[in-house]
Design a protein around this ligand. Structure first.
Ligand code: SF4
Length: 356
């Protein structure tokens, strides 16, 4: 387990110039600050555009709040029927046993809540959350999130998994975590054993840049996979961090090569003080289209937007097919931007036998 660096430690570690400490303290009055030593070690202090530093080291840009930004961008509070539960879709709920994280990502969509009191769901509230799930047979999947549930002691994770494993109508228990990336040593054999259940337990890791795919992260993920736990990933599209085709390609190839399937590429949410991280949707669509021609389907997550105020996720990638008003068929675009009639014109035989 690594230590966590906070405001003053960031100066001592050479990640923030002493002259910036006041500005950082003003950010920290509003939003939690922490970076693990593991992530700090990846930062090049001489690079003022370092993509790891951008994710974890606070900046004065966070003090600028854009008009469209929201304190609760995807409507967690509105969709929370009891403490610790978010129930946005009939067949699944979020369960948030803790609001603590090993790091505090500067773009986090829950930045108004993470790291703040009450950091833990009280035992009685956790029991009420289980009751809420038990009484609703339409709930098929529980997504254990937070905060980061992997900061909990293995005995607490065991208790959560056991409680959920005993709910007959549940099919899947899914954990969302950044721990295997930012604090890989926490993925101990005891933590892995805590996740083993009769029901399917899935883990979704959050990784945004290929430099996060360290040997320690690979070892942590391998421990999970060898225990029979499928691992997916989610990535947030972030300006100055990964809004580049080659960076995303390296990230997704790296994940797949360690048996992690890229699941979602999130358009950054409208969290307060995060405008400097957001790309436009058109730029995101261009990036995703460029990936289509460069990497196999295994390396292509779904590019999604969480509609503000909690109306759910929708795919954002532009369709490769458009109606062709002339033929009544379709025009489809390949990964290199070439356009083709679908179905092909039967009189145009030049493509036949093109190596398929
Ligand atoms: S680890 Fe997840 S929940 Fe915690 S700050 Fe980062 S994005 Fe937010």
């Amino acid at each position: 387990m690594t230590l966590t660096l906070r405001e003053e430690d960031l100066v001592t570690a050479g990640l923030i110039e002493p002259a910036r400490l006041d500005e950082i303290r003003r950010v920290a009055e509003q939003f939690s600050v922490a970076v693990t030593e593991e992530m700090a070690a990846l930062i090049d202090p001489g690079d003022d555009r370092d993509p790891i530093a951008a994710q974890f080291v606070p900046s004065a840009a966070e003090l600028a709040v854009a008009g469209e930004e929201l304190a609760d961008p995807i409507g967690d509070r509105h969709w929370s029927p009891v403490p610790g539960i978010v129930h946005r879709h009939p067949d699944r709920v979020l369960l948030k046993p803790t609001l603590l994280c090993p790091v505090y990502c500067r773009f986090c969509f829950r930045r108004e809540a993470v790291g703040k009191a009450p950091a833990m769901l009280e035992p009685a509230a956790l029991e009420s959350a289980y009751d809420y799930i038990r009484r609703r047979p339409e709930i098929w999947e529980v997504i254990v999130t937070g905060g980061d549930p992997f900061v909990l002691a293995p005995r607490r994770i065991t208790a959560i998994v056991r409680a959920l494993d005993q709910v007959p109508h549940l099919g899947v228990i899914r954990f969302h975590t950044r721990v295997p990336v930012v604090d890989a040593g926490r993925v101990t054999p005891r933590l892995v054993a805590a996740l083993v259940a009769e029901k399917a337990v899935w883990v979704v890791v959050h990784a945004n840049h290929p430099r996060e795919l360290t040997p320690a992260m690979k070892a942590a993920v391998t421990r999970l996979i060898r225990a029979g736990i499928p691992v997916l990933s989610q990535t947030v599209l972030l300006r100055g961090v990964n809004d580049d085709g080659a960076v995303l390609e390296a990230l997704f190839r790296g994940l797949v090569a360690m048996r992690v399937k890229p699941y979602y590429l999130h358009h950054a949410d409208l969290a307060r003080g995060t405008a400097h991280f957001r790309t436009g949707i058109a730029a995101g669509q261009r990036l995703v289209r460029s990936l289509r021609g460069r990497v196999s389907g295994l390396c292509q997550p779904t590019y999604v937007l969480d509609i503000p105020r909690g109306y759910g996720k929708v795919p954002l990638a532009a369709s490769a097919a458009a109606p062709d008003p002339v033929s009544g068929g379709w025009i489809v675009e390949d990964g290199d931007g070439g356009r083709h009639a679908y179905p092909p014109d039967p009189d145009d035989a030049k493509d036949d036998g093109a190596g398929f």
